[in-house]
Design a protein around this ligand. Structure first.
Ligand code: CP
Length: 335
């Protein structure tokens, strides 16, 4: 039974096939009836615009029926763990997933990092519990650690924009944000660019490195694909000659042990790490990317978003096309 929990669930041949299908769907805009009679339950434990809209539409485009569940907002709040359920939550995730698996042919789940429980976030424990309770394929719609649907869409947008991306330079740049945010998107973007064989530079201030396990995996992946992964604490140097700037805010590891100190360090960087036209001028007419939603004037200046070299809307569009390819894979369709 295929689950899409992380980037590594899509072997290289399947990944390449899905990229081709995503491009095909963008070129043709075709609706099919290939998944007629299938259904997918989409469980959102956190907010979403793109993932929710594109997943619902992807199912419709293939002839399948989506149903969206937002626990606590019209459906019962969910409990986790072993404790007696004496609080507000009326339903345990075990029964909720067990029921949805009896209705639907796949379950999509969004469950962000807690940013309070390091071990649970590192092991993607919430997603794992859902996979264990489900008797049907599970598609990760952003978990504590990974965002594989975003990653496939990003790879499709880069490939369309650059052609063969091997050897091209991608800067994954930390950006300021008033709130502590998880690392699922930068983790996935890093692995995606490494898999494409790009020369990747992770630009981040001291104290905001990505996890050592993710960095090591990215380096190994890049070496197999002919690319490379390095780090820099100097945004100006990192941006020089870049073909792609992928901006994202993320929290430092200190958020788990000392959130006040993490916030203080993060807020101290509010002005000097924002993506500006001045920084973009140092690239090789680099394309700006961001998974969205993005805070204008905080993460990036509006003039960068409105530049003709920005491809963040193409990224978002590819969510629809890439997820059609993913659903085909999950349900054993597509050629
Ligand atoms: N990029 C992304 O997943 O967007 P949403 O949070 O709006 O779904």
């Amino acid at each position: 039974m295929p689950n899409l929990t992380s980037w590594s669930d899509l072997p290289d041949d399947v990944w390449q096939h899905c990229l081709g299908r995503a491009r095909h769907f963008r070129d043709t805009r075709e609706w099919t009836s290939g998944a007629k009679g299938k259904s997918i339950a989409l469980l959102f434990l956190n907010p979403s615009l793109r993932t929710r809209a594109s997943m619902e539409l992807a199912a419709h485009h293939l002839g399948a029926a989506p149903v969206v569940i937002t626990p606590g907002q019209g459906t019962w709040g969910l409990a986790w763990g072993e404790d007696a359920m004496t609080g507000d939550a009326a339903e345990h995730v075990h029964e909720a997933i067990g029921v949805l698996a009896r209705y639907a042919d796949a379950i999509g789940v969004r469950t962000f990092a807690s940013l309070t429980d390091y071990d649970a976030d590192q092991s993607d424990a919430a997603l794992g519990a859902i996979v264990e309770a489900s008797g049907v394929p599970v598609v990760n719609l952003e978990s504590a650690k990974w965002h594989p649907c975003q990653e496939l869409a990003d790879a499709a947008a880069i490939t369309e924009t650059l052609g063969d991306p091997r050897g091209k330079k991608l800067v994954l740049s930390w950006a300021p944000h008033p709130k502590a945010l998880p690392q699922a998107v930068p983790n996935s973007a890093l692995l995606m660019a490494a898999r494409l064989g790009m020369e990747v530079v992770v630009a981040r201030p001291e104290g905001f490195s990505l996890g050592t396990d993710v960095m090591d995996l990215a380096k190994k992946t890049a070496s197999l694909s002919g690319g490379s992964v390095t780090e820099s604490a100097d945004q100006d140097i990192a941006f020089a000659g870049a073909d792609i700037v992928y901006a994202k805010a993320w929290s430092g590891a200190l958020v788990y042990d000392n959130p006040e100190e993490e916030e203080s360090r993060r807020l101290a960087r509010m002005d000097d790490w924002r993506i500006t036209n001045r920084l973009m001028m140092q690239t090789d007419r680099g394309h700006f990317m961001h998974c969205l939603p993005v805070r204008r004037g905080v993460v990036v200046d509006a003039e960068v978003l409105e530049s003709e070299d920005a491809i963040h809307l193409l990224q978002a569009e590819y969510r629809l096309h890439a997820q059609k390819a993913i659903l085909e894979w999950v349900w054993g369709m597509g050629s």
